[in-house]
Design a binder for this molecule. Structure first.
Ligand SMILES: [Mn+2]
Length: 326
């Protein structure tokens, strides 16, 4: 689709750009990038999300690149007539709240689990949603600000783990397109002081109770911590030489939150977690990175020893999926 079609759909409406809940750098950069793009074409839009900006790196992004995002609670005025552009997420996914406005557009790079008729849909299996947004500037010769180019470049770096995760040609092409246009100091600034003191507690818990069964590493964090931090610890556990699939879960106030990582071409992490959590909760995601949740009220269904129940369910599903792949 032509990105200018999106501009035409949104013109003369109140427009919101919504990311998934607890937005990560790629989601924030994508939202900012499409906001600036629409702005260049005469459409004003506000950025919104549900959940929290609960990581230092996400908070720091807003300051560094000059991004303003509103949490759901700050948007009492949204009406059914307002239009929503979903970025880095899709309607009906468990990680995005259904707000009152009308989701007319979706720009994303996740697999489709729940097909939905958007007026404008651009879902491509690339490494970062930021790459899709950057391509809009290139395709339409829209001028891009140095801060916006820097944010999108940072989004691509983060979501592709520096081009080592799910990377496609579009990601590298768009990175080189952005490179000469970005204020690179803003990107390097994002790499200093990235860890919070409290993060160490979560790392400590994961290190202390990690269990490894034939290349699958399980670790439990028995206290609430930021969703993005669980994902970072999942990456950290996957970096162990003896772990090829990392399954990290933490006890959050609303349930058990999962983050799954698979080394490339090993297994489809999104299908694995969707499969395993189905009886108790929900999950989904990319081939190499995925997440899920078991709501608090269902945790008792896991029985007395929830760790063994979960380990058995994951290991069984992994061996079944491995058999199918042969
Ligand atoms: Mn993303």
């Amino acid at each position: 689709m032509n990105p200018i079609d999106l501009v035409d759909i949104l013109r003369n409406h109140t427009v919101y750009i919504q990311t998934h809940n607890f937005p990560d750098p790629d989601a924030i950069a994508s939202a900012f990038g499409i906001q600036q793009f629409l702005n260049c074409h005469g459409v004003e839009a506000a950025l919104c999300y549900d959940g929290k900006i609960d990581r230092l790196s996400s908070k720091k992004m807003l300051d560094t690149f000059g991004i303003v995002m509103h949490s759901k609670d700050e948007l009492p005025d949204m009406t059914e007539e307002d239009l929503i552009v979903l970025v880095d997420s899709q309607k009906n996914n468990s990680n995005v709240t259904d707000l009152i406005g009308d989701e007319v557009a979706c720009i994303d790079h996740h697999p489709i689990f729940f097909p939905y008729e958007y007026s404008y849909q651009d879902i491509q299996p690339v490494g970062a949603c930021s790459s899709i947004i950057a391509s809009y500037y290139q395709q339409t010769d829209t001028p891009i600000s140095p801060a916006c180019a820097a944010a999108l470049a940072y989004g691509i770096k983060m979501d592709t783990a520096d081009f080592c995760r799910g990377t496609t040609a579009l990601d590298t092409e768009m990175f080189s397109f952005l490179f000469g246009r970005a204020d690179w100091e803003l990107v390097t600034n994002m790499y200093s002081n990235t860890m919070e003191f409290d993060d160490l507690r979560a790392y400590g818990a994961a290190i202390q109770n990690i269990q490894i069964f034939g290349g699958t590493g399980f670790a439990y964090i028995p206290f609430h911590c930021a969703n993005a931090l669980i994902a970072i610890i999942s990456d950290f556990i996957l970096s162990l030489d003896v772990v090829h699939i990392a399954i990290i879960y933490a006890k959050q106030t609303n349930g058990l939150r999962f983050s799954i990582r698979c080394e490339q071409n090993r297994m489809h992490a999104g299908n694995l977690v969707a499969n395993v959590l189905k009886p108790w909760g929900s999950g989904g995601g990319h081939p190499s990175m995925a997440g899920g949740i078991i709501p608090s009220e269902h945790i008792s269904l896991l029985g007395e020893d929830m760790h063994t129940t979960l380990q058995d369910a994951f290991l069984k599903s992994i061996s079944e999926m491995e058999k199918e792949a042969v």
